[in-house]
Write a new protein. Sequence first.
Length: 278
Amino acid sequence: MLHRPIKKHNNMKITSLIFGTLAAAMICSCSTSKTNLSYFEDLSKTENSSVGNNSYKIHIVPNDELLINVTSTSLEATAEFNLPLSNPAPNAELLESTQARQQTYVVDTNGDIEFPRLGKIHVAGLSTEELAAKLKTDISAYAVDPVVKVVLVNFHVNVLGEVLEPGVKAVTTERFSLLDALAAAGDLTPYGERTNIMLIREENGKKTIHRFNLNDSKSLESPYFYLCQNDVIYVEPNTIRKDNAKYNQNNSYKLSVISTVVSAASIIASLVIALTVK
């Protein structure tokens, strides 16, 4: 009679041990690691630093769309160089900044445009400033002190992956960086991999891949830090997002396994109790 309570006490210990072990296993399987949300951790938090590349310029390539505006003291002299708009350009905001809406010029596959009075002009490889200077020189033969402004109106980049607002981002300036693009997309989500941002760029007819580590300030010095028209930025998911995706895909299976394990543990616990009571 004195030994039976001891057996019951041992049974309770065994049962508690079994369920405690299962609970600990389930908690460990559901735990996640921390993710780092900061940028450029190698920079001093107290001292000023100077990094980056300030010499970057956009160069005109085939299929670019250019808005070219020519003015001078004589409107009649420059009127023929400002053709009226026949088809609206995609970026209407840029066109509205001019006094009169004008026709845009699409660079052909050879890198040329057909310009009034001057004829065919090779523009590929030039910056908009260089093209403006070239046109100013050529137009000076027909107008006094012309002022030429060249604007790239089809500049856009694509931001994909783990950002808050993925999609096509129109660019209204020729100095547009990787950080500008990420800001336009609402920044990375907490699940974006900050150490391996991918940039896809077409160069000489081929796609090239470049990568950035946003925890390293050397990214600011990359020749690819400033973007070109039609660049694609992809932010891949970090380990936590990938693990969560795998979990969601196999969620039903895992719940079934857990349920089976718990049921089996209950049966084992009952058998242990039954055997020890006898």
